[in-house]
Write a protein that binds this ligand. Structure first.
Ligand code: HEC
Ligand code: HEC
Ligand code: HEC
Length: 123
């Protein structure tokens, strides 16, 4: 939970320029957990799925819990979350009512694997 609102300018700047972000850490995984953004974005996981509506922050900032269970829920069931790649950066995208059908198609199309083995995240 925040006591002060995070400054979001760097996130917006990164959207428009595509340059990586200099940012005061607000999300932080333990050292022993490996994470990288690019595979998630490449496989159709939207920013808002993990970060909430950053365009409406700070009022509605949602922080992901960053727990192992949260990571694994999606790694086991990616069809519940995947969206078309063209929508990855969209802030207003909401899943369609037939998400499971669309998600199942996209899991095939993007060749998403269910990556649940320990060494995926702990190397
Ligand atoms: C699969 C979930 C996921 C997706 C999708 C995702 N992020 Fe992240 N993001 C994270 C996690 C987890 C961290 C913390 C990483 C760490 O501690 O090493 C993070 C960290 C960040 C940070 C740094 C925040 C800080 O305080 O250090 C920024 C900025 C960010 N993400 C922006 C984005 C943007 C922009 C997108 C969409 C293009 C995006 N993220 C998509 C999970 C995600
Ligand atoms: C909403 C869905 C979602 C969430 C949440 C999520 N992931 Fe993923 N993650 C994926 C998908 C999809 C892939 C791609 C799987 C594949 O096809 O290889 C992936 C791949 C990965 C990979 C493999 C990267 C590589 O280069 O081999 C790592 C590591 C990873 N995720 C770590 C994490 C961690 C750590 C978290 C929690 C902090 C997390 N993920 C949360 C969907 C998610
Ligand atoms: C998709 C990513 C992912 C996978 C796969 C994964 N972990 Fe984790 N693990 C995390 C994250 C993120 C944390 C740190 C947050 C937390 O403690 O919930 C963590 C934390 C841990 C911790 C420390 C927990 C604590 O209470 O201090 C242990 C031990 C652990 N994992 C073991 C495992 C084992 C064993 C497996 C395989 C069965 C596994 N993990 C698979 C992401 C993952």
């Amino acid at each position: 939970m925040w006591t002060t609102a995070p400054d979001l300018a760097p996130v917006r700047e990164s959207y428009t320029t595509g340059r990586s972000i200099q940012w005061t850490k607000v999300y932080e995984l333990p050292e022993y957990v490996y994470f990288n953004h690019s595979i998630h974005i490449h496989k159709g996981i939207g920013c808002t799925t993990c970060h909430g509506r950053v365009d409406r922050m700070p009022l509605t900032w949602q922080d992901p819990p960053l727990t192992m269970a949260w990571c694994l829920d999606c790694h086991k069931n990616p069809e519940q979350y995947v969206r078309p790649r063209s929508e990855v950066f969209s802030m207003s995208y909401s899943p369609p009512t037939n998400q499971l059908k669309l998600g199942t198609q996209l899991v095939q199309e993007y060749q998403i694997e269910r990556r649940t083995s320990c060494t995926v995240c702990h190397r």
